[in-house]
Design a protein around this ligand. Structure first.
Ligand SMILES: *Cc1c(COP(=O)(O)O)cnc(C)c1O
Length: 421
């Protein structure tokens, strides 16, 4: 069962000021979840969650997480710039990039971010770019093959472009030590959107065994283990959410089994969650504006895939609540579509829903991560507004909708378009 984090009345009040479509975020939910994350890992002195900015780059939301003690995980220059201007400093910023341009290494170094190297060849690029190796440095590991968690959930790191082989990793740390590095991190991201409490403990166990071996073989002690992202959320109404407390305890258990006896009991645990921190606390609010009865039953809404790409891109399920009809029987089968000239622009296919009337407001769940952030401007469509529902029940526009002027802004070199810019 999935229920919206707000009411029909509240949405009507917001829509009175801010027209649909927009993404709405739940401040209370974001804060409670972040607090639970910190409680779950409070046994680890150096713990920090570096929120993956790519999941949602809205500075208002990132600031909320900052107040909860989080840092940021960045994958590009602009994400680094955003973190820097929000007042994150030095080791509060992780730079986990791949195929990294030299100028991004330079900027990350300039603002003192922790650089997480995706490949052994990046050591030379980094050194050539900034003239030295930073004293704190991290490396990304890829074990190859298929990575399977106990209950059959698996992914295929052997096919992934990220990270170094074990041999390269051990070589990289020694090279980095020879070049003056003093503090070392280990990072791995092996499975995406895991709806199980077993992923982090399994990954931690893999990484802890590795750092014990590294210490024995090379004498190098890892200072932090970055479990990265991958902790998932159930998008379907029948899924069971992960319990971050169980996950934190699971990691603690393997920490005490593997690291403490090896004399590595002061290793800090870092996470870089995006989806888990923000996904459930965002929704795309959209209005039904057209209906169509041809070979199928269609409901057209005023949002489209530029506002939420996951269904079009991955066939991802996003639950839909028709506001005010929460308890009505789902006796209609609809495709819920946007207006793009792409047949995959459908928020739902063959979805059982109550009868939808024109003007009904649809609450598309779990868009807080990789929702607005994946937006684009295909078909000349404009990105929507973002609205924050605050803890006290009031609301605030935290990003205005794009206007045609924004869309044409990068054509300012064309005289004929000047009037539009
Ligand atoms: C995408 C990403 C994350 C966040 O992943 P989620 O599954 O959203 O938690 C963290 N770290 C890196 C390097 C990523 O690419």
């Amino acid at each position: 069962m999935k229920t919206p984090f707000t009411t029909k009345e509240k949405l009507e009040e917001i829509i009175g000021e801010i027209p649909t479509p927009f993404h709405l975020y739940d401040e209370k939910g974001i804060r409670e979840n972040a607090k639970a994350v910190y409680e779950a890992f409070s046994w680890n002195k150096g713990f920090r969650e570096y929120f993956a900015v790519k999941a949602n780059a809205n500075p208002f939301l990132i600031n909320i997480l900052k107040e909860c003690g989080c840092g940021t995980d960045c994958s590009s220059r602009t994400e680094l710039m955003l973190s820097n201007s929000l007042g994150f400093s030095g080791d509060e910023i992780m730079f986990s990039s791949n195929d990294t341009p030299a100028e991004e290494f330079a900027y990350a170094n300039e603002i003192g971010a922790i650089i997480n190297l995706d490949d052994i060849t990046h050591i030379k690029v980094l050194e050539d770019t900034i003239g030295h190796i930073p004293s704190t440095i991290s490396c990304r590991y890829n074990p190859g093959g298929v990575y399977e968690i106990s209950n059959g959930i698996m992914d295929n790191p052997g096919d992934a472009k990220y990270g170094m082989t074990k041999k390269q990793l051990f070589e990289a740390y020694q090279l980095l030590r020879d070049k003056g590095a003093k503090r070392f991190g280990l990072h791995a991201f092996l499975v995406s959107n895991t709806v199980t409490n077993d992923y982090y403990p399994a990954l931690a166990s893999t990484l802890f065994e590795l750092i014990v071996e590294l210490k024995e073989e090379t004498g190098i002690c890892i200072n932090f283990v970055n479990l990265s992202g991958g902790v998932g959320i159930p998008y379907t109404p029948t899924g069971t959410p992960n319990d971050i407390r169980v996950i934190g305890e699971g990691v603690r258990k393997v920490y005490e089994e593997l690291l403490v006896p090896a004399g590595l009991g002061d290793v800090s645990i870092y996470t870089e969650m995006g989806r888990f921190m923000m996904g459930p606390y965002g929704a795309l609010v959209t209005t039904a504006i057209r209906e169509k009865h041809t070979y199928k039953e269609y409901i057209g809404v005023d949002a489209c895939a530029v506002n939420l790409m996951r269904p079009a891109m991955y066939g991802a399920y996003h639950h839909i609540t028709v506001m005010g009809k929460e308890n009505a029987t789902c006796d209609h089968t609809y495709d819920v579509t946007g207006s793009l000239c792409e047949n995959n622009d459908k928020f739902a296919v063959d979805r059982k829903l109550p009868k939808i009337d024109m003007g009904d407001v649809l609450f598309i769940h779990d868009t807080g991560a990789h929702g607005f952030a994946m937006g684009y401007n295909y078909n000349g469509k404009l990105k929507s507004a973002e609205v924050l529902l605050k803890e006290d029940g009031s609301f605030e526009l935290i990003r205005r909708a794009e206007t045609p002027k924004d869309y044409f802004a990068t054509f300012d070199c064309f005289d004929i378009i000047k009037d539009l810019v």
